[in-house]
Design a protein around this ligand. Structure first.
Ligand SMILES: [Zn+2]
Ligand SMILES: [Zn+2]
Length: 394
């Protein structure tokens, strides 16, 4: 970790201990999407004790905390709270106490950091030139909790003028911060396709329309969307993650079901790609004499950061970890429903490095062995506090 990060860190020892204890407490008690009752309860109580105006059940199990003077800019600070249906395999004393549920994405860290920032900003509330609004969000993992909070009005009264959030990130070593200007995370689409042919005897294919052969061609043909329809300068992924068909070795299957995901960065590609997918499916099915049913669902949007807010975030982060530790090219085809906030207001979502090679804290997000270097927590608090101060001082 960079030398400068130690110096810039203004948290007291007891604040750091509190931060780690909070993170471990949330880690011990993970809750799945839209079931974050215990977590939300603690968050609401803590925010209220720091003098925030608190609203609960925003987006079902979300919590909003508002502090400010009504006029001026309003910064939305978003922290997601949900865990994953994963059985933890770490042998640490703060391991999950709930079978089959685990904070395997690091949202426990996001809650702890958010609460610590909320506390610090409340201590300097007189100096804030605007409003800070915390959105402790439910259901980031496939539940679009961001959208649920937006529908419940989190961006209104007072109207949010910018949004920030962070993700602890095991692809980057602790002490590094990833700030990407532009499309940083992909849009996530999901599809389920059922190919319908005509079943029959395995030895008499001429009397059938083979759903498996059709499905196999579709799998291959879908890859040409990425190689031949999307610009080589843009990025996209089409993955078929599931196929099921057939009942016996000598029976030609009437149906085949495929499930997959499509990832895109560019808004235009994102808009056009469902039609590209369907065109390929339609063409292959027609050529084989099969029909199909396609269920194509948009999950999240491309997450696109605003240049100006990125600049502010990078400056604040550089003060804490040193300019040489700001990484400008870290992006991922993974998705984030923070994209719904950033579609509506300017903002920046950034990666807070949390990997530690020597200590074996290298497991990827969503792994049953996922864990972070907790030194990232204090860095996150310091960076976020500075961002809020700076943004609200105008
Ligand atoms: Zn995740
Ligand atoms: Zn996550």
């Amino acid at each position: 970790m960079a030398e400068s990060s130690e110096n810039a860190n203004q948290l007291s020892q007891s604040e750091i201990e509190r931060l780690i204890a909070d993170r471990r407490d949330f880690h011990r008690h993970p809750e799945l999407r839209y079931s974050e009752r215990r977590t939300a309860g603690i968050v609401a109580e803590r925010l209220a004790s720091h003098g925030y105006e608190v609203e609960t059940e925003v987006g079902r199990t979300g919590v909003v905390g508002l502090l400010g003077r009504a006029e001026g800019r309003t910064l939305l600070y978003r922290a997601d709270m949900d865990a994953l249906p994963i059985q933890e395999e770490n042998q640490v004393d703060y391991r999950s106490q709930t079978d089959g549920v685990m904070h395997a994405c690091g949202h426990d860290a996001h809650i702890a950091i958010g609460l610590a920032v909320a506390k610090r900003l409340s201590e300097e509330r007189e100096a804030l030139g605007g409003n800070i609004k915390f959105a402790f969000q439910p259901a980031e993992e496939g539940g679009n909790g961001a959208l649920a909070m937006i529908e419940d009005g989190v961006l209104e009264s007072p109207k949010v003028t910018a949004a920030v959030g962070l993700h602890v990130w095991n692809n980057l070593p602790v002490g590094k911060v990833g700030v990407y200007r532009g499309a940083m995370m992909a849009a996530v689409d999901e599809f389920e396709l059922t190919v319908e042919g005509v079943g029959g005897h395995g030895a008499m294919p001429h009397q059938t329309v083979d759903a498996i052969v059709t499905a196999a061609q579709i799998v291959i043909a879908l890859q040409t969307i990425v190689s031949r329809n999307v610009s080589p300068l843009d990025s996209a992924v089409v993955t078929v993650g599931h196929i099921s068909a057939g009942s016996a070795f000598n029976v030609i299957s009437r149906t085949a079901t495929l499930r997959g995901t499509v990832r895109t960065f560019d808004r235009e590609t994102h808009a056009k790609i469902p039609e590209m997918v369907e065109r390929v499916i339609r063409g292959v099915c027609e050529s084989m004499g099969a029909s199909y049913r396609l269920d194509y669902v948009r999950q999240t949007l491309p997450l696109i950061n605003n240049e100006e807010i990125c600049e502010l975030v990078a400056e604040c982060a550089a003060e804490v970890v040193g300019r040489e530790n700001i990484v400008a090219d870290e992006r991922t085809m993974g998705g984030e429903d923070m994209s719904y906030f950033l579609e509506r207001v300017h903002g920046c979502y950034f990666f807070l490095g949390s990997r530690n090679q020597e200590r074996g804290l290298t497991h990827p997000h969503h792994s049953p062995r996922f864990d972070i270097d907790e030194r990232a927590l204090a860095l996150g608090v310091e960076i976020m506090t500075r961002i809020a101060r700076r943004y609200l001082s105008v």
